[in-house]
Write a protein that binds this ligand. Sequence first.
Ligand code: KIV
Ligand code: ZN
Length: 544
Amino acid sequence: MSKTDQNQMDINTASQPNGSPAAGARKIQIFDTTLRDGEQSPGAAIAPERKIIIARQLARLGVDVIEPGFAVSSPGEFAAIERISRELQTVEIAGFARAVTGDIDAAVKATQDAAKRRLHIFISASDIHLQYQLRMSRAEVVARAREVIAYGKQFVEEIEFSAMDATRADLDFLTELTEAAIAEGATIINLPDTLGYALPEEITHMFTSVRRGARGGETVRYSAHCHDDLGMAAANSLAAVRAGASQVEVTVNGIGERAGNCSLEELAMILDTRASVIGVQTGIRQKEIFETSRLVSRMMHFPIAFNKPIVGRNAFQHESGIHQDGLLKNRSTYEIMDPEAMGIPRSMIVLGKHSGRHAIKHRLSEFGIELDNAQLDAVYAAFKEKADAQKIVTDEQLIRIAGEQTDTQPDPYVLTDLQVLAGSCSVRKATVALRDSSGKEAVFTAEGDGPLEAVVSCIRQGIPHASELEDLELHSLSTGENAHGEAVVSVLMNGERYRGTSIHADIVLAAAEAYVAACNAAILGSHVNKNVDETVDNVDKIGE
Ligand code: KIV
Ligand code: ZN
């Protein structure tokens, strides 16, 4: 087969997203370290008692191994690891330890109730670390590694040994250290790119050399643990897989020390989307990717970059008129993966100043709103004005524009006025006017510690079904004096999650509109669910 044919075949495969890999493809274990290395992201710490919530979701996602934390670091951390080990009996749990017996004792004890477990011991391998940090000679490091692996092996059969900073270590020494670890009973050898420094071809060379060079090197499994300092974590993890590694250590949303770790969702989707070339498979349940990403972001208070592959807000959104036109004709023109297969709400077309009439008409028809030509002209003109002012226009705003231009109110509630008293006074006050679909308007007032709290209280009074506010995210869409902010609100109703968004120069107004929009989506959604109506797709329902 010529190279061109092969390329064509790959593109064809890619246009049928999430196709199953070839039968019998090599299985790659996904080792998730979101709760250990990921938690080392500056600002991403999570209360130990909340770790269980993320761990449950990781199990649903289908990871093979969870590293829940660093047992020796605090009693709370120890308790969290103990609880996760007891509860999650289908996933292997890794107890993490430096090369000291105190750490090993804590890791062994915290994971003792796990159905499947391993002990993960690490020590540095590079001369830079040995000289300046450990102040140990190479011989001392080998001796220590032997000692602690033998110690840990008394308690746990499966031992993962990590040679920290492996990619900057002398290759002969790395091979000698690996050989010593294997001789003492290590069953998995992890060769981390701790500083995110290596190039993919160097990773290939390192894994191949160590596997072949170390005595017993072919009898153990290999793992990659790549950081993203130069943006190469996913490429380097892929190189390791292709050089024989059977495990990759990753984090959700790529969180982790400094620039983070290899992102779980990126690697999983690389391995799946290009399965016909790479020829491996994972146990990741793609439908859970979006929910896992958002849960980690919310719980660890760690925002996701808009342009982050797979899970970033823009990852499946197209603003160019040419792209939108192509997508409406056939999705594969500008998409290589199916966002819905990953649980990502389908809103592939971002309505902005480049959008054409066709895209506006199409989006409104998805919400059950059909316009004649004259109405479309009016809506399009009002839409363009809004898009010029704020760059992008949310679905809710478009629906509102359509309502204004056609003199109808498709939403159960519309926010007609908002007044907020904020600043350095001790109590913030809000007044909100809401109109229901019968045209009746009512005004509500409330106080709060902050303006948002006051606004939310008003809306709760005004919308009796006001569902539980789950999350409120505020983003700045631009800078400078006329900056616009985007608010994204998710609410829970009857166990389902619904989302509303809004953009405005006044961020408090954007938050209020987004909250009302989410309540509207919830009201319409539960109505739709009850009536098993075909319009279910019209509702922005997320996280199923
Ligand atoms: O980055 C690293 O080297 C690590 C090891 C301790 C596994 O996190
Ligand atoms: Zn790391």
